[in-house]
Design a protein around this ligand. Structure first.
Ligand SMILES: *[C@@H]1O[C@H](CO)[C@@H](O)[C@H](O)[C@H]1NC(C)=O
Ligand SMILES: *[C@@H]1O[C@H](CO)[C@@H](O)[C@H](O)[C@H]1NC(C)=O
Length: 712
């Protein structure tokens, strides 16, 4: 469930909830899409907007009725014992809800139950995707831009929309404040600005924004929880006998409880992202506590610390600070946690207790979304598993720390020029003398020959900058070129060998005893385009991290597709230094604070872990041609590079042929017979950005493929 709480629509929604006005949103949506497909743009825009209003109106009505019915007079007492006492109020609440919704929704509430597919479309802001096209066709640029932006915020992987937005940015009639998010989630905006102020040591502003974020988040949470109460979605309908009265009530109740518990994940997930920020509410309190102490308000700092302790009562640093605040404030100053947080924690604990009871006794399952759930709440049989998970995690942490003790390098003559400390970071290293001068020359010859061979291998504009040309060669492609006689076998083989040598070095240095597989290998040259370097401001490769999506505003790196999340280590093996620029640099998570730089030279291998600890980029190549082997590795066998297996097979085949006395002749026949039946290298790194079902198949926006982000 995505919270599509749209402030600008709420006013309209309130009007739309008066009887007789609220046409079910799925019907409006279907008509809108039909009009869209018929290219009736005006009608499409009108219907789609009405669909969004109706959707917001329905949610508003449900929310309002739940709140109103919660305030009803208690069920009149009387005889009937515990059953009447328990179920009487339930019936009363049900009656109240039915009356309230009946008053607000015409046609009847039961007409407002859209299919799951349509609800998903609304949760993903799909109507805005159609709307932007319709508005554009109607020449209503301002509305087209805000619809495009609203859609893109929730679908940042959507390439077509990215391009459309770029186009809008370049259009002269478009103002920058047209890029509005019509479904903005207020707590995320406040949270990100708050964290930015916090990181910039601007604690007064940080406090204001984080307080705003916390209170918006808590109120969004209430909305999400209210919507959990129904209508009940029957997962696998009809088939089964319906359970008995109490089992049915219990099952529905537990479903609602679990839904409410999951709400924190929705609130803590940035629009357009998949993964929730861990400990979202507690971390607000932790940040606020520190910020308040920095601006000199110990009273509020202590209150935040006390609130934080409700989640983690044994947290040593916070207990320590509590002690300090108590001394500073005087022993008789009352220090208490916030009411709102007490309420939040108590209610959550009550729900968890009930859910875990059902897990233990009713065969339910539960993925607890919180890290702070106290141990004693978790049933014994689950604890076992919980403990194992913790053990495993501890082991992994140990593994990471273990890496401090480096294994011996498996080759003679290689030097560790800089370690993590010298590179002002973690899990970074520079080796020298991995290749000899003559090996660098051979590999450069390979890039030259490959560039001259026809066969589709030609320098093209860099995907990152128009000021550079870009050539890339995979190991398989190199083998195929050798088979065709376009490059020398020994040079192609050297590419295989050099990358394997790098793999062994990196494995033994960072993860001795844990196998690293190739994930992708790419021999890459970047060439400055003559006459296009004047006043150039861009980078050869913008700052990014290799296995997560860097989000500098949020100071986060999202380990989710389309990033290559399974990549664990990255390396660059340099081949030359006769060019200008092209240095590698690492930054903080903000993507602008440079922490270390590495200058390319023949035989230098720089290696680092692929995660958020190592955002990096490449300075512009302003003259000449920079060549290097880009290397990515993974611990995951299933993501091992398949091309490499094929390349090695070709290599072996070649060796066998060489052993035959008339091997040379074979090469001639190879050339003519293979070139046509050659297996084509699969295009790498392309993933459909968008695989969902849409209403209407011949849309303007087809699912797009992402461009390989595989180029250093
Ligand atoms: C801390 O903030 C509270 C609420 O704004 C205020 O009432 C109190 O006076 C402040 N204390 C100090 C020491 O500034
Ligand atoms: C690490 O930081 C120091 C101090 O800012 C700087 O002088 C040094 O060049 C940095 N190291 C690298 C490899 O860039």
């Amino acid at each position: 469930m995505a919270s599509l709480l749209c402030l600008s629509l709420l006013a309209a929604a309130a009007a739309a909830t008066s009887p007789g006005r609220l046409v079910p949103f799925d019907l409006l949506y279907a008509d809108g899409v039909r009009a869209y497909l018929a290219r009736d743009w005006a009608r499409a825009a009108e219907l789609l907007q009405r669909a969004l209003h109706s959707y917001a109106g329905l949610r508003a009505a449900r929310r309002a009725c739940r709140a109103a019915c919660a305030r009803e007079e208690p069920f009149p007492g009387g005889p009937g014992g515990w059953e009447a006492a328990l179920l009487g109020p339930v019936l009363q609440r049900a009656g109240c809800l039915q009356r309230c919704l009946g008053r607000r929704l015409r046609p009847a509430p039961s007409a407002h139950r859209a299919s799951r597919a349509v609800r998903r479309d609304f949760e993903r802001r799909e109507p805005y995707n159609y709307l932007q096209v319709a508005f554009f066709q109607l020449k209503k640029l301002d509305q087209a831009v805000s619809a495009a932006h609203t859609f893109f915020v929730a679908n940042p992987q959507h390439l077509q929309m990215r391009e459309d937005i770029e186009k809008y940015r370049r259009m002269s009639g478009v103002k920058s404040d047209s890029f509005r998010d019509l479904e903005a989630t207020p707590h995320w905006e406040a949270y990100e600005t708050g964290v930015q102020h916090y990181d910039a040591d601007e604690y007064l502003q940080a406090v204001a924004r984080l307080e705003e974020s916390l209170s918006e988040a808590l109120s969004a949470l209430e909305e999400c929880r209210a919507l959990c109460e129904g209508p009940w979605e029957d997962e696998d309908e009809e088939e089964k006998m319906q359970p008995g009265l109490y089992e049915a009530i219990a099952a529905h109740y537990i479903q609602v409880l679990k839904c409410r518990q999951q709400c924190i994940l929705e609130i803590a997930t940035k629009p357009g992202r998949i993964s929730a920020t861990e400990d979202f509410i507690p971390s607000h309190l932790d940040l606020l506590q520190f910020a308040y102490s920095q601006v000199g308000n110990q009273t509020l700092a202590a209150e935040c610390a006390a609130s934080y302790l409700l989640f983690y009562p044994m947290d040593e640093p916070t207990l320590e600070k509590m002690k300090q605040y108590r001394t500073e404030l005087g022993e008789d100053a009352a220090v208490a946690a916030r009411q709102s947080i007490q309420h939040y924690v108590q209610r959550s604990l009550m729900e968890k207790k009930l859910i875990y009871y059902a897990v233990e006794h009713l065969g339910e399952t539960f993925n607890d979304p919180d890290l702070w759930t106290p141990d004693e709440l978790i049933p014994e049989n689950l604890k076992e598993k919980h403990r194992e998970d913790q053990e495993k995690q501890k082991q992994e942490t140990l593994d990471v720390e273990e890496r401090g003790k480096r294994g011996p390098l498996p080759f003679e003559g290689i030097a560790v020029t800089m370690d993590s400390q010298q590179m002002n970071g973690t899990q970074r290293v520079v080796f020298d003398r991995v290749l000899t001068e003559s090996e660098c020359k051979d590999l450069l010859r390979l890039t030259k020959a490959a560039g001259e061979a026809g066969d589709g291998y030609r320098a093209r504009r860099s995907p990152h900058t128009p000021h550079e040309r870009f050539e890339g060669l995979t190991v398989l492609k190199a083998m195929q070129l050798a088979q065709n006689g376009d490059v020398e076998w020994r040079d192609a083989r050297l590419l295989l060998q050099a990358s394997e040598k790098s793999r062994k070095i990196i494995e033994s240095y960072f993860t001795p005893g844990k196998k690293l597989h190739f994930s992708f290998t790419h021999l890459v040259c970047r060439t400055a385009v003559d006459g296009e370097q004047e006043g150039r401001m861009d980078l050869s490769h913008p700052v990014h991290a290799d296995n997560c999506l860097l989000d500098p505003e949020g100071q986060e790196c999202w380990k989710e597709p389309p990033a290559y999340v399974y990549r664990d280590y990255s390396g660059i093996l340099y081949l030359n230094d006769d060019f200008q620029g092209g240095g590698l640099f690492f930054t903080e998570m903000d993507s602008v604070t440079v922490t270390a730089e590495v200058h390319p030279k023949c035989g230098r291998l720089v290696a680092f872990s692929s995660g958020k600890e190592n955002p990096h980029g490449v300075w512009a190549v302003s003259r000449g041609r920079r060549c290097a082997v880009a290397l990515w590795y993974t611990h995951s066998q299933e993501h091992a590079e398949q091309e490499r297996v094929k390349a090695e097979e070709l290599m072996k085949q070649r060796a066998v042929e060489q052993d035959q006395p008339d091997g040379d002749k074979h090469e001639g026949t190879d050339r003519s017979s293979r070139s046509s039946s050659e297996p084509r290298a699969p295009s790498r790194g392309t993933k459909p950005a968008d695989q969902r079902q849409r209403p209407g198949s011949d849309r303007k926006q087809h699912p797009k493929v992402l461009r390989a982000r595989d180029e250093f």
